[in-house]
Design a protein around this ligand. Structure first.
Ligand code: SF4
Length: 446
C-alpha cells in the first residue's frame, strides 16, 4: 500500500505503482510504457504482433491515477489492506491518533504521498488493523463493546464504548457513539459507577479514535453478515446491530465524550482525538457532531476556549444548581463552584445558534423537587441552554433511588413553564450497564 506513495521503494515492488518520469531520467516512464506494450503482445521478441503501438499505451503511473479516481468515484479503494500489512514497519503504531500531517511526518513522507494510505486506514480499517474487541454485549440495537487498553498493576484494562441507535420523527436513523476518554475517573461524582473506580489510566488519542474505527467496523461486519436482515435498526427491536441494514459512512453521525472519564481531565489526548476525527483527509467527522461532556472543569474549559473550536458542542453535567448540594454529589464543585462555571461558559466561543447542553441527573429525594428545578432555572438565566433531564440509572450497590415518573414530569414542567428547553433523556442501554453513569468495570476498582 505504501508503495502507492512511491518513496523508499523499488520501482518494481508494486503492480499499482510506476515511478514517474523524472528530469534525471526522462526515458524512465517511456521505457516502462514500451515494456507494457511488449508484455501485452504476449511475445516480447516480435514487435510486429503488438496489440497496441507504444504511443497508445497508457504509462503505468497514469493507470495508477485512473485506478485512484475510479476507486474514489465508486466509494471503494483498490488497494488492499494486505499491502499495508505486508510492510507493517512503515506504519507508525500510533496511527489511529494521528492527523494526516502527523502521519506523513511519522512515515517520513510528504502529505501527498501519505494521503492514500492514511485515507485507507481511517476509512476502511478492519479486523486486521484494529484491536480485538475483548467483550461486547447487545440489546435492542444498543451495543456496548470493550477494547484492551494496557494494564494497571498487572490487571488488564479496557475502554468501554456504547453504540446507541437513534431515530427521529421523520424516519431518520443513525448511531451515536459514546466514547471513553479515561479508564475510571477521579472526579468522584456520587451517582456514577465510573467515579467509584478512581482513575486507572488516561487513554491516548489512538485509544479514543480506535473506539470509533471499531464501532464502524462492527456495524459494517453486521451489515455484511450473510443472514443480516435488511431492516432498519429501529424496526428490528431486539435484534440490534445484527440487523444494521444499509450501511454508509454516515451511520455513526455523532460522537459524544460521555463514556468513562472526564474528557477535560485528559485534555491533550481528547483534543488530539477530536482533531484526528475531524481531519478531512481521514474520518472527516464535522466538528459540530462531536460533543464533549464535562463536570465543569473550568481550567479545561478555558483551554478549550483558547483553541477556538467553533462548532464543537459542550455538555455540562450540573445535577444540582446550589453549591451546598452540588458539593455533596459532585466534589468538583468544591474547587470550581457554580458561579465561576457560569462565567466560563459565558466566555466560551460558540456559534450564535449553538446552545450548551445542561445534563441533570435526577435522583429521587435528592435533587428532584420543583424547588430544585427553580434553582436550575435561575442558574441558567442568560445562558443559551437545552436541559437534558436524566433519571438516575441504578448501579451495582446503588446508594440512590430512581425518581418516579410523576416527579420527573413535574421537574420537566417547571423548567418548561419558565421558558427553558428541556427534555427527558431516553434511557437506553440500561440492561447492558451501558446507560449514563453505569459504565465501569467493578472488578477494576482501584
Ligand atoms: S459523571 Fe463523568 S466526571 Fe463524574 S465520575 Fe462519572 S465519569 Fe467521572
Amino acid at each position: 500500500m505504501l508503495c502507492a506513495a512511491g518513496q523508499n521503494r523499488p520501482a518494481t515492488s508494486c503492480r499499482f505503482w510506476t515511478p514517474p518520469r523524472s528530469a534525471a531520467n526522462p526515458e524512465h516512464g517511456r521505457a516502462d510504457s514500451m515494456q507494457s506494450a511488449r508484455l501485452s503482445s504476449g511475445n516480447a521478441r516480435d514487435p510486429t504482433i503488438r496489440i497496441a503501438p507504444a504511443h497508445l499505451v497508457v504509462p503505468g503511473h497514469l493507470w495508477y491515477h485512473v485506478f485512484l479516481i475510479f476507486g474514489e468515484f465508486c466509494g471503494v479503494y483498490l488497494f488492499d489492506l494486505a499491502l499495508i500489512q505486508s510492510s507493517p514497519s512503515s506504519i507508525p503504531a500510533a496511527w489511529p491518533g494521528l492527523t494526516l500531517s502527523e502521519f506523513a511526518r511519522a512515515c517520513g513522507q510528504s502529505r501527498e504521498q501519505a494521503a492514500l494510505i492514511y485515507k485507507q486506514l481511517m476509512r476502511s480499517a478492519d479486523a486486521r488493523s484494529l484491536p480485538v474487541v475483548s467483550r461486547s454485549v447487545e440489546s435492542q440495537g444498543t451495543v456496548k463493546f470493550c477494547l484492551p487498553a494496557g494494564e494497571y498493576n498487572g490487571m488488564p484494562l479496557e475502554t468501554e464504548s456504547v453504540l446507541l441507535p437513534m431515530t427521529n420523527a421523520h424516519g431518520g436513523r443513525w448511531y451515536t457513539l459514546c466514547v471513553s476518554s479515561q479508564i475510571g475517573c477521579r472526579m468522584g461524582c456520587t451517582f456514577c459507577q465510573t467515579g467509584r473506580m478512581g482513575l486507572l489510566a488516561n487513554l491516548t488519542a489512538g485509544h479514543i479514535v480506535n473506539q470509533f474505527l471499531t464501532a464502524r467496523h462492527l456495524l459494517k461486519q453486521a451489515a455484511e453478515a450473510p443472514n443480516a436482515a435488511r431492516e432498519p435498526v429501529a424496526a428490528a427491536a431486539g435484534s440490534g446491530v445484527c440487523r444494521a441494514g444499509r450501511l454508509s459512512r454516515e451511520d455513526i453521525r455523532n460522537v459524544v465524550f460521555m463514556g468513562m472519564g472526564e474528557p477535560l481531565d485528559n485534555f491533550d489526548a481528547v483534543v488530539q482525538a477530536i482533531r484526528t476525527l475531524c481531519d478531512p483527509a481521514g474520518i472527516a467527522l464535522p466538528l459540530s457532531r462531536i460533543t464533549v461532556s464535562t463536570v465543569g472543569r473550568i481550567d479545561g474549559l478555558r483551554r478549550l476556549a483558547a483553541l477556538n473550536l467553533v462548532g464543537l458542542k459542550l455538555a455540562i453535567s450540573i445535577s444540582a444548581a446550589n453549591d451546598t448540594l452540588r458539593n455533596m454529589i459532585m466534589p468538583v464543585n468544591r474547587a470550581m463552584p457554580l458561579a465561576a462555571l457560569k462565567r466560563a461558559l459565558l466566555d466560551f466561543p460558540r456559534r450564535p445558534s449553538t446552545r450548551f447542553f445542561i445534563e441533570y441527573v435526577l435522583i429521587a429525594d435528592v435533587n428532584d423537587s420543583p424547588a430544585h428545578a427553580e434553582e436550575l432555572v435561575r442558574w441558567c438565566e442568560g445562558l443559551p441552554v437545552k436541559v437534558n433531564v436524566i433519571p438516575y440509572n441504578p448501579q451495582q450497590s446503588a446508594i440512590y433511588g430512581v425518581p418516579t415518573p410523576e416527579r420527573t414530569i413535574a421537574f420537566l414542567e417547571t423548567l418548561r413553564v419558565r421558558g427553558i428547553v428541556a427534555k427527558r433523556r431516553t434511557t437506553i442501554g440500561q440492561d447492558l450497564m451501558g446507560a449514563c453513569g453505569q459504565l465501569g468495570n467493578a472488578a477494576q476498582r482501584r
